[in-house]
Design a protein around this ligand. Sequence first.
Ligand code: NAD
Length: 300
Amino acid sequence: MATNIAFIGLGHMGGYMAANLVKAGHNVLGFDLSEPAIAAAKNAGVPIAESGAQAAANAEVVITMLPAGRHVIGALEGPDGLLAAAPKGTLFLECSTIAVDDARTVHQLLGEAGHRGVDAPVSGGTTGAENGTLTFMVGGSDEDFAAAEVIFQDMGKRIVHCGGPGAGQAAKVCNNMILGVSMIAVSEAFVLGESLGLSNEALFDVASAATGQCWALTTNCPVPGPVPTSPANRDFQPGFAGALMAKDLGLAAEAVNSSGVKAQLGLVAEKIYRDFAAGSGAGKDFSGIIEEIRAASSGA
Ligand code: NAD
């Protein structure tokens, strides 16, 4: 069924997602603050509004795909904001990756303004956005999830209802904390193996079929050779950029600190990736962390 959708944030992810909604037959009106983002989305067939408020004025669904929590809350609030512009009862799908606390604030703002919505961060990167194969991790009521799911199906392949408000963002930060920690662990093991005279191929053959097995090893392997499609084979072109891993681990660290959980490895991983992104790693795949570990290891 065609739905009137306002799509706010037509960047690397949102541009493709909005284009897929147009292809699926929805009445999409997009908006972004950046001229290049608008031009690319227009080229991909997305009709563009003059402002976020204009895009939302006749919307049944408003999707936000913005850089961080402050952009989302900023776009929602105020006399020209999306909350005031959208008809009462509009379904908001907040797909950006933001802090769990910010996601809960968004749910509260929606309720106070007479709207409803879900937090629904994604994984799958720009390739998943382009191909319509994203995974959506969704937080919200059963009823709002059911209404959102049919829209997500036009942009994604796997849609998981993780629980109530904020649960989608919680799932995203927990998953990416596992990923950041495990990539560092796999990279340290390869560098240690090298210094012990073990070939990368031999360590891969053992660990990939033993208890060290994980995605960071078997899909995104940080050394060239064992997994020909991993970014290590193309000079660490992303993939999943170090800057994005640093951002997501920052959100995980925020949640760790505000909840008082003793997640020591998560906090160390956050510092390691923050330094990586501040140095040469921002635009490299996050598996490039192995180069830092090798460079900092004496005698390796
Ligand atoms: P991006 O920076 O390319 O796009 C964000 C867009 O939002 C920009 O074009 C910016 O101009 C626009 N914007 C900012 N404030 C606005 C406002 N008030 N109104 C309208 N437009 C506004 O970012 P992206 O890579 O598309 O990522 C979007 C979100 O998805 C982020 O939260 C990111 O962490 C998350 N994410 C990204 C990836 C990825 O691989 N790029 C993967 C998973 C999740």
